[in-house]
Design a protein around this ligand. Structure first.
Ligand code: HEC
Ligand code: HEC
Length: 295
């Protein structure tokens, strides 16, 4: 029997009080100083209470109005959720396996036991209420007393704190000397990144001044600062710099205003960029076409 996630949050009250959920509820009852062994983030509770929030219809489209899932399914943001499945009746849902993947992704953005330090909770919360300064998707929660926000916060608060390894550091020198060469490299039939990304908010390959054919140190720093916004250290598939120009059938984002430079993740250039995102300093490979037909 498939257990789908209900589309409307109100039907989410259909709760099975599984063991982990009961434990999680118990753990949230005493004060935060009570340490009751190692209570991990609860998957059951996540699936019953948090995930329906991603699907909730908010009566509109665009930032601050659209269901979270419209922008967060299969897109290279740090909150990269699975693609929705659909029943014959047109009801959307995630299978349990999908939900487990979603759970892993969301868990990475959470500090167990500490809602206020959880990226997951700060993004869609207004700045005045302590939220993150910026969210492309807009602000959905006016205050921490918003019932949906509280539901998510309760889930996080119920877990015991755990030590997390720090994310890897992105190597700037490698960006300067190698990644930037990708932005300039032309593949047959395609336009270079710099052609479209040399100015504006997405200008990670700024215009190069006359008389030079590469960026200097300061310009490279500027490019890095912008490219950095599209990179989630340690997580290539959550990094839009890597998923936007990747073919959609190979795991790339649904939409890119520019070309798909990489037909698959097997492209040595893509592999190299992924290694850099994981904090490694790989050998520099630019412009190799692997497994791509024609051109
Ligand atoms: C209109 C599209 C859109 C909608 C709707 C949207 N988001 Fe986002 N969200 C984005 C984009 C794009 C990013 C990556 C850029 C950024 O950080 O703003 C993002 C990033 C995030 C992140 C990553 C946090 C981090 O620290 O990097 C979280 C968490 C998040 N959104 C939560 C939500 C939640 C929860 C909802 C629904 C209540 C939602 N978003 C709705 C577009 C959207
Ligand atoms: C023909 C023009 C064009 C080219 C070439 C191009 N892009 Fe884009 N790119 C766009 C446009 C337009 C957008 C904004 C709409 C969108 O999100 O796709 C965009 C968006 C992006 C974003 C996401 C920004 C955001 O706000 O979420 C990234 C990352 C990106 N491009 C990376 C690249 C990389 C890397 C290359 C080179 C391999 C490249 N693009 C080549 C036009 C282009």
């Amino acid at each position: 029997m498939r257990s789908g996630v209900p589309l409307r949050p109100e039907t989410g009250s259909r709760r099975r009080f599984g063991r982990a959920l009961v434990l999680a509820l118990m753990a949230s009852a005493p004060g935060p100083s009570e340490v009751m062994g190692q209570e991990p983030l609860s998957f059951e509770r996540y699936r019953e209470t948090v995930e329906p929030i991603f699907l909730a219809d908010r009566g509109g489209w665009g930032p601050g109005r659209a269901p979270c899932v419209t922008c967060h399914a299969e897109q290279g943001t740090p909150l990269r959720l699975q693609r929705l499945r659909e029943t014959d009746e047109g009801e959307v849902f995630w299978s349990e396996e999908d939900s487990r993947r979603n759970f892993e992704v969301v868990s990475r953005l959470v500090m167990p036991g500490d809602p206020d330090r959880s990226r997951f909770l700060r993004k869609a919360l207004t700045v005045a209420a302590g939220g993150a300064p910026f969210h492309v998707g807009g602000k959905f929660f006016e205050s921490k007393s918003d019932p949906e926000w509280q539901t998510m916060a309760d889930w996080v608060a119920a877990a015991d704190p755990v030590e997390r390894p720090a994310p890897p550091r992105l190597d700037f020198d490698f960006f300067r000397d190698c990644v930037q060469r990708v932005f300039l490299d032309k593949r047959p039939g395609d336009v270079e990144c710099i052609h479209c990304h040399e100015s504006g908010a997405r200008g990670f390959a700024r215009h190069i001044p006359e008389g030079r054919d590469f960026w200097d140190q300061q310009e490279s720093r500027g490019n890095f600062a912008i490219a950095r916004r599209y990179v989630e250290p340690g997580e290539p598939m959550m990094s839009r710099l890597l998923t936007h120009p990747l073919a959609p059938n190979a795991g790339g984002d649904y939409f890119h205003g520019g070309p798909r430079r990489w037909a698959s993740m097997d492209d040595p250039e893509w592999q190299m960029l992924a290694a850099w995102v994981r904090g490694e300093t790989p050998e520099c490979i630019v412009g190799t076409r692997a497994g791509a037909g024609g051109g």
